[in-house]
Ligand binder design. Structure first.
Ligand SMILES: Nc1ncnc2c1ncn2[C@@H]1O[C@H](COP(=O)(O)OP(=O)(O)OP(=O)(O)O)[C@@H](O)[C@H]1O
Ligand SMILES: N[C@@H](CCO)C(=O)O
Length: 325
């Protein structure tokens, strides 16, 4: 096990997809890479590479280190010291599942490091408990669209293959919005009418994804459980949710807890530039600077490699920004 080096590439994710609050997730083609080594001697070293990672601890309080220790503990292994390197293209605290990708990366990397004693299901249970909901972690772990339910002690899921014609356009505001803050904006009670609205929308959305009926997405992606309460936290969001389908989107939602806004688009849509401009201009009109990014649903979960010299070279090139995908 000494000097064994494992590298994992984990997708970002979008949670909720509108009405599926804490239940629906989709993996996206934006990634975090984590590399872990058990040093033959020496102590824990954590290196973080990528933009906007300031403030993330590089000692044993780091999320990746702590999550790895949970794997070793669950497997009855003792690995107190670790060399960890992380590179991420996923912006933090924007609603693109950065914490879930770090958790899934740490779980799968640590598990591979000690010979994969834990099943994917066991990792899913640990991850759901850590995040408090299974939507982002399920998507990052299994890839594709993941429909999940968690009763507080056990999570179950069904994975749906994303439609090949789906493209994703996200508008990522320059400000951060923590999940904690966005959850505090939610009411403790909602009306029966709104609950019924969301059960209908979410069920229809899952059926639309499963059957490939993209025409239903706009109708089914509407939400009354969390987006109306979070709208005040993202200036311009209400207008985007109301009007994005008039500018070529198949559907639109707040991505996870926000502030990123996400649209689903047919890959052959002739209105992609119009939609892109609509998102940027609407946020801009409300004083919000945002970066738009075209992504694809990511059909795969983590890619794990026990590293060779060539892969180490690739990781170093990524860290230096020479390779992006
Ligand atoms: N690679 C990482 N290493 C350590 N900590 C991380 C890492 N990525 C994220 N985090 C922690 O997770 C926090 C962000 O989690 P949060 O749930 O607020 O946002 P998010 O996961 O980006 O968005 P969302 O859950 O809405 O999709 C960061 O502030 C940081 O504390
Ligand atoms: N389902 C979660 C995703 C963010 O972690 C929420 O909307 O709060």
């Amino acid at each position: 096990m000494m000097n064994r080096r494992v590298m994992v590439k984990v997708p970002a994710s979008t949670a909720n997809l509108g009405p599926g609050f804490d239940t629906l997730g989709m993996a996206l083609s934006l990634y975090t890479w984590i590399e872990m080594t058990i040093p033959s001697d020496g102590s824990t070293v954590i290196e973080l590479h990528g933009d906007g990672l300031e403030g993330i601890p590089t000692d044993k309080s780091n999320l990746i280190y702590k999550v790895a220790q949970q794997v070793f503990e669950a497997a009855g292994a003792e690995v107190p010291e670790l060399q960890i390197a992380m590179y991420s293209d996923i912006p933090l605290t924007r609603g693109l599942g950065s914490s879930a990708s770090a958790i899934i990366g740490a779980l799968t990397c640590a598990n591979a490091l000690i010979g994969n004693p834990l099943s994917d299901d066991a990792l899913f249970q640990i991850a759901s408990e850590l995040e408090g909901h299974p939507d982002n972690v399920g998507a990052s772990l299994f890839g594709g669209i993941v429909v999940s339910a968690w009763d507080g002690s056990r999570a179950e899921k069904v994975r749906i293959e994303p439609h090949a014609d789906l493209d994703v356009l996200v508008a990522i505001p320059s400000f951060q919005l923590s999940t904690e803050k966005a959850r505090h904006a939610l009411p403790t009670q909602i009306s029966m009418k709104d609950a019924v609205f969301n059960v209908g929308s979410s069920s229809l959305l899952v059926a639309a994804f499963a059957s490939g009926n993209l025409d239903l997405i706009a109708f089914a992606m509407r939400d009354r459980l969390h987006q109306p309460y979070r709208a005040a936290l993202v200036p311009g969001m209400e207008e985007i949710l109301d009007q994005a389908t008039e500018h070529g989107a198949l559907g639109v939602a707040l991505s996870g807890a926000g502030p990123t806004l996400l649209t689903l688009v047919h890959k052959n849509s002739p209105r992609k530039a119009e939609l892109d401009a609509f998102l940027s201009e609407t946020l801009g009109k409300h004083g919000i600077q945002a970066q738009t990014m075209w992504l694809k649903p990511c059909a795969e979960g983590p890619e794990i490699t026990v590293s060779s010299k060539q892969q180490e070279q690739l990781f170093m090139e990524r860290i230096k920004g020479e390779v992006r995908a």
